[in-house]
Design a protein around this ligand. Structure first.
Ligand code: PEP
Ligand code: MN
Length: 332
């Protein structure tokens, strides 16, 4: 249940009320005070005079629910807005991993020259094998921050576990929570306390309900800038790396108020169909795409098979633009 408290209740009193009712206190839209909990089922009689509005939910989809807020939330990435009334589909590109200054410099230049704003690159890679490249860590974060300074780009990078979360928060504009980290309580709780956008990837074995519950950890903890990212789930199919759950995307668009970014690169796992899949994603009217591209994919230290060449990435942008326009969106 969510209770919107009236204007006579200040922040300290709202926090106290939340504590008394074992609920979360959230400051919403800058000045409104909400308390939210799933154990409350009706407005407690002791505080009816303090409550302006209340919402009861059938499950834990509360702050993320369109029943609570009908419009898709606005999330700001640098000077750009996604969600809200923006009709923007942000195209985020860059390598799977930051590998060297030369490599990330080439990627940054490409993003900038295409009129795009946001560069991806992993520095703490959650690899399946301990023998694979694990990422450059802090050195990589510093390279990303350098790209931000030199090219005026926003940067997104993933957090692998809570041990380096402060470094990632400090050096990036969007915090990416990877599919394998979706349930990590340390990460979710730390991301709830910051004032930066968080791109939460769906675990490949997670239901939509579990995905939304993970997002609620961040929202209920006080950060309202959450972006959901569908990146493919594991099915019986083995010819593709994962299966992009577009039905799930339709569900999330219908029932949640969170912007949605799709990751066709990790879903397919092979570069041959990423452009076509990206067209299908954009046709759904989504808030963004995150695509892996590398200056020389054949020598990439992670996800070599799925990273596009820079020419392919440019071709993808041209291919998705008319599709986005046809559903009233712009690629930005
Ligand atoms: C990535 O973006 O490089 C990545 C590891 O993605 P995921 O968490 O979706 O596997
Ligand atoms: Mn990758």
């Amino acid at each position: 249940m969510i209770l919107k408290l009236n204007s006579s209740v200040n922040s300290a009193d709202a926090a106290k009320l939340a504590e008394e009712h074992k609920a979360f206190h959230i400051t919403y839209k800058g000045s409104e005070h909400l308390i939210t909990s799933s154990s409350l089922k009706e407005v407690p009689s002791s505080i009816t005079d303090k409550v302006d509005q209340d919402w009861v939910f059938a499950n834990d989809m509360q702050l993320s629910s369109r029943e609570f807020q009908k419009e898709t939330r606005e999330v700001k990435i640098g000077d750009l807005t996604i969600g809200g009334n923006s009709k923007n589909t942000i195209l985020i590109g860059g390598p799977c991993s930051v590998e060297s200054l030369e490599q990330i410099q080439e990627s940054a230049k490409m993003i900038k020259s295409m009129g795009l704003t946001t560069l991806r690159g992993g520095c703490y890679k959650p690899r399946t094998s301990p023998y694979s490249f694990q990422g450059l860590g802090l050195e990589g974060l510093k390279l990303l921050a350098q790209m931000r300074e030199e090219h005026g780009l926003s940067v997104i990078t993933e957090v692998r576990d809570a041990t380096h979360i402060d470094e990632v928060i400090e050096h990036s504009d969007i915090i990416q929570i990877g599919a394998k980290a979706m349930y990590d309580q340390g990460i979710l709780r730390a991301c709830a306390k910051i004032n930066k956008p968080v791109l939460l990837k769906r675990g490949f074995g997670s239901t939509l309900q579990e995905f939304v519950q993970a997002a609620e950890f961040i929202l209920a903890g006080g950060n309202d800038q959450v972006i959901l990212c569908e990146r493919g789930i594991r099915t019986f199919e083995t010819n593709t790396r994962f299966t992009l759950d577009l039905c799930g995307v339709a569900y999330l668009q219908e029932y949640t108020n969170l912007p949605i970014v799709l990751d066709p690169s990790h879903a397919l796992g092979y570069r041959y169909g990423v452009e076509r899949l990206a067209k299908a994603c954009v046709a759904m009217g989504v808030d963004g795409l995150i695509i892996e591209a590398h200056p020389n994919p054949s020598v990439a230290k992670s996800d070599a098979a799925q990273q596009l060449t820079h020419d392919q990435f440019k071709s993808l942008k041209s291919a998705i633009e008319p599709v986005a326009n046809s559903v009233g969106y712009n690629i930005v």
